[in-house]
Design a protein around this ligand. Structure first.
Ligand code: PLP
Length: 463
């Protein structure tokens, strides 16, 4: 019998599964040497807001299964919607063919989306939703005869997915720099957050806007679109933008007749406290990318929403070559659309988004306490999206050396207390399913607080 990290006896089956996992799998965003050297947890099932592993241990799903789960797991309504859909059909193509569920969902999405958006183009991941947005914006300009508009403006530290187009507008050096030779060129401007200015205070929104305007008014008309994660840059470390930045950017892009692409893959479906982040500032983007939470965290589905104006520029006789030649085999998958429609109905029935303010307030109160703890640097919140930065030196906000993997080890300590977390280097991400109840949210926050207070010094001492 072997022992796992908690000292509990591992059953034969778990050991076997771990062995097979290590033999056959290559995990995403994972240094496999570390993976092979440690004892991974293998999830088997779930119940509400808890994940359950093969040893029967339960963990609060503290990061919504990588930011996508909204209502918890095994939710009756979504389960039933998928089962009912299976009675009809699991998948048929949208290439030259219609499908009931994709129609019903599109109508629902347009009803809740910012007013400018009237058309839905489906795909299956956040990366493809962004890829489509970029190609759409580019070809829109080409179709209008604006042949010089071939480039994009993006923010440093932005994350838009891992396909090459999405990586081209991505600004996280650790993830993206190696691929630079494969990418198309983009204009990068600083993220509007003092965090990116070595902690010095600055009028960073104005600075970023100025940089963008300088590019737009150069007279060369090179830019097809500006792409950004509205309000908060998730994977870049939960970087929150100053209020008003998004609105000002919308005004600026309108003024210069440039498309604004809002990547709401992470922020969409209530995560920031409203249905979509753009709605906090009454912004209507020209293109909006949706994925992660769209199915409530059940199935891979994504959507790129756009305006009538962009759609119309693709109309014409086939010989004019205005057609948007893009699609994926599983585009608009019926099971995914059924799950998404049920998830949207649930948001409405349960008034999930309307009931967020007390949860957001509770998190805010705990974050205020957490800020006071040793080794805590910046603490950032945007509704239900939160980042707690762990630093070596509280006064200078100097980070720990990367090889110390403090974030990972702290999250492992939280795991032992029954919370499943995944950090962004040394930023502890706190992003529970938005439907989580207040008592469980408080339990999660208590474990996070206690771990930073008690376990972190222990981890550091062991160094
Ligand atoms: C996660 C994420 C993506 C990529 O989504 P995938 O489904 O993982 O491809 C794109 N943009 C943002 C803002 C994200 O957070």
């Amino acid at each position: 019998m072997s022992q796992n990290s908690k000292g509990v006896i591992m059953n034969e089956r778990t050991r076997n599964l771990i062995e097979l996992d290590k033999k056959y799998l290559w995990h995403p965003f994972t240094q496999m040497a570390d993976w092979l050297a440690t004892e991974p947890v293998i999830i088997e099932s779930a119940e509400g807001f808890f994940l359950i592993d093969t040893e029967g241990r339960r963990y609060i799903d503290g990061v919504s299964s990588l930011w996508c789960n909204l209502h918890g797991h095994r939710v009756k309504k979504i389960d039933n919607a998928i089962k009912a859909q299976l009675q009809n059909i699991a998948h048929s193509t949208l290439l030259g063919l219609g499908q009931t569920k994709s129609v019903e969902l599109a109508e629902k999405l347009i009803r809740i989306a910012p007013g400018s958006l009237t058309k839905v183009f489906y795909s299956d991941s956040g990366a493809t939703a962004v890829e489509i947005a970029l190609k759409m914006a580019f070809q829109y300009c080409q179709n209008l005869g604006q042949k010089t508009r071939k480039k994009f403006i993006a923010l440093r530290a932005s994350y838009h997915g891992d396909t090459l187009g999405s990586v081209s507008v991505g600004g996280i050096e650790t993830f993206h720099s190696i691929f630079r030779p494969l990418l198309f060129e983009a204009f990068f401007v600083p993220a509007p957050h003092p965090y990116r200015f070595d902690g010095k205070s600055c009028d960073c929104a104005r600075y970023t806007l100025q940089k963008i305007e300088n590019i737009l008014k150069s007279g060369t008309e090179e830019v097809a679109a500006v792409v950004l994660e509205p309000l908060i840059q998730g994977a870049g470390g939960m970087i929150v933008h100053p209020q008003g930045f998004l609105k000002a950017l919308r005004d600026l892009t309108r003024k210069h007749n440039v498309i604004l692409i809002a990547d709401e893959v992470a922020t969409g479906f209530g995560r920031t406290g409203r249905m979509f982040a753009c709605q906090h500032e009454q912004v209507e983007p020209d293109i909006m990318c949706l994925a992660k939470g769209i199915t409530g965290g059940y199935l891979p589905l994504a959507a790129t929403l756009t305006t009538q104006q962009i759609f119309d520029a693709f109309l014409g006789p086939v010989a004019e070559d205005k057609t948007f030649y893009h699609g994926h085999t599983y585009t608009g998958n019926a099971l995914g659309c059924a799950a998404a429609a049920a998830s949207l109905e649930l948001l409405e029935e349960n008034k999930t988004i309307e009931s967020l303010p007390p949860k957001i307030e509770l998190i805010k109160n705990y974050l205020a306490k957490i800020t006071e703890l040793p080794f805590v640097g910046d603490v950032r919140q945007c509704g239900m999206m939160n980042g707690i930065e762990i630093v070596q030196d509280k006064s200078t906000k100097q980070s720990f050396p990367r090889h110390k993997t403090i974030g990972v080890r702290l999250c492992q300590a939280m795991r032992k207390e029954g919370v499943m977390m995944r950090p962004l280097s040394d930023v502890i991400v706190l992003m529970p399913p938005i439907a989580i109840d207040l008592p469980l949210l408080e339990k999660l926050l208590t474990i996070v607080y206690d771990s930073i207070k008690n376990e972190l010094p222990r981890i550091l001492k062991g160094n």
